[in-house]
Design a protein around this ligand. Structure first.
Ligand code: SF4
Ligand code: SF4
Length: 180
């Protein structure tokens, strides 16, 4: 089986927003709509304090509260582990936005549907290079996209080598792993 996931190395993230800009271009988003948002988080203890920029986007959770709460089945998980939204089924009730602990869903006022990162799924299904526009755009190479079920793949090896973990532990079985 394929189970798509990602690693984000926040130690190398300089908060330049290149990934967000690439994501907006890729998905034709208006400037006020973001699938990637940033949180500034402090680590360490005074006087040795480090402020890190943490890019947050859909974590493609295995235990996805946005999917279980959706009353129409618009939010669903694909066989390869990507959480998607079928905009034809979405009624814009926004229950999923309230249920997502990472606050990474956005309401598109033009379509009335709720949207979010979909790991650039269209390109993957069309058989082109399986990667994400945010990964390609990252100027410091801190993003790795790949198959979590391939133990020899670059992603799985990097997760082990860098001891990367989901941002909120086991909360939702997220498929984005962070180095912090
Ligand atoms: Fe759903 Fe939020 Fe998890 Fe994405 S991060 S799958 S929107 S609960
Ligand atoms: Fe489902 Fe759309 Fe409602 Fe979200 S806004 S819970 S995707 S119907």
């Amino acid at each position: 089986m394929t189970r798509y996931g990602m690693l984000i190395d926040t130690k190398n993230c300089i908060g330049c927003y290149a990934c967000r800009a690439a994501c907006q271009r890729q998905n034709g988003l208006d400037p006020e709509i973001d699938y990637i948002r940033y949180e500034e988080r402090e680590t360490g203890t005074f006087p040795v304090v480090h402020v890190e920029s943490v890019p947050l986007q859909c974590m493609h959770c295995e235990d996805a509260p946005c999917v279980s709460i959706c009353p129409t089945g618009a939010s669903y998980i694909t066989e390869d582990g990507i959480v998607r939204v079928d905009e034809n089924k979405c009624i814009g009730c926004r229950y999923c936005m309230a249920a997502c602990p990472y606050q990474v869903r956005v309401h598109n006022t033009k379509t009335g549907a709720v949207e979010k990162c979909r790991f650039c799924t269209v390109e993957a299904y069309e058989g082109r290079a399986v990667t994400c526009s945010c990964v390609e755009a990252c100027v410091t190479g801190c993003r790795i996209f790949g198959d979590l079920d391939d133990p020899e793949g670059e992603l799985s090896r990097a997760i082990v080598e860098k001891n990367a973990l989901p941002i909120s532990g086991d909360l939702t079985k997220a498929k984005i792993f962070y180095v912090r």
